[in-house]
Design a protein around this ligand. Sequence first.
Ligand SMILES: Nc1ncnc2c1ncn2[C@@H]1O[C@H](COP(=O)(O)OP(=O)(O)OP(=O)(O)O)[C@@H](O)[C@H]1O
Ligand SMILES: N[C@@H](CCO)C(=O)O
Length: 293
Amino acid sequence: MLTVRAPATSANLGSGFDVFGVALGTPADVVRVERAPETTISVTGAGSQYIPEDPKKNTVGAVADALDAPARIRIDKGVRPSSGLGSSAASAAGAAVALNELYDRGLTREELVPIAAEGEALVSGEAHSDNVAPSLLGGFTVVADGGITQVDASIPVVACLPETTVSTRDARDVVPEHASLDDVVDTVGHAATLAVGMTRDDPELVGRGMADRIVTPERTALIEGYERVREAALEAGATGVTVSGAGPGILAVCRGSSRRDVAAAMLEAFDSVGIESRAYQTAVGEGARLYRE
Ligand SMILES: Nc1ncnc2c1ncn2[C@@H]1O[C@H](COP(=O)(O)OP(=O)(O)OP(=O)(O)O)[C@@H](O)[C@H]1O
Ligand SMILES: N[C@@H](CCO)C(=O)O
């Protein structure tokens, strides 16, 4: 049996819609695989009651098909679905690494990105790779024109997940089809600042570079309590705050020393609007890790 721990991810980072992503230290999915004549899937853990075990509906089924690698697959969910932390992508990335090894397919992590993205196409209608790329490769990833650039980074963050859900499909429906040149110029400036910040492990630049006035404002409207949580995080010392992936999770970039205060402030702000939430105090971290048992 092979076991893979595949991390949660946060895509977009505000200014990098469908382009930027980071792997997070926690939480993570654990995917176990054994050879079998046909693919079967069982799911336990966070939000497992909402995740189909039918291989035609689960992201790992699409990955097993794409690799022609039938297996008994067990998923222990650490990443809650529809929360904005790349839950469906974590399972897909974990399965891609595990099945590639189980069947000796010999594909590199980069080559596994489009395979894991097949799983994303199944659930959101589009094979976007901005969550599977960081879950497979770790660090900060830039997906552009089908190519991927990766850099290891060490940036402290808090990911705060309210007990509400937003499906990626719904959050994609509110994305504007057009943007003004002014807004595009503003976004490019912030995205470039963020990317430089990642290469320097600089939370000030990364936090500042997450500002985006094209996609994020449309999505925050879907997240009850967003403005209050954002303000609370900034007051507690966050350098920047944005929607994590398609939401409703909220990502705050922090200086290392402020993580605990930022997490407490975000939890309290959600609580003040009657919403329970959970905060992960973590950092940009490594990609999927393979274990043999
Ligand atoms: N292995 C899986 N893990 C999680 N969700 C899965 C899986 N397979 C299928 N799904 C379905 O995918 C949907 C969740 O995916 P969705 O893209 O909406 O959210 P997400 O993966 O948490 O991430 P994000 O907002 O960061 O993209 C749910 O409807 C869930 O049932
Ligand atoms: N870039 C995608 C990722 C979802 O996690 C979106 O924001 O719709």
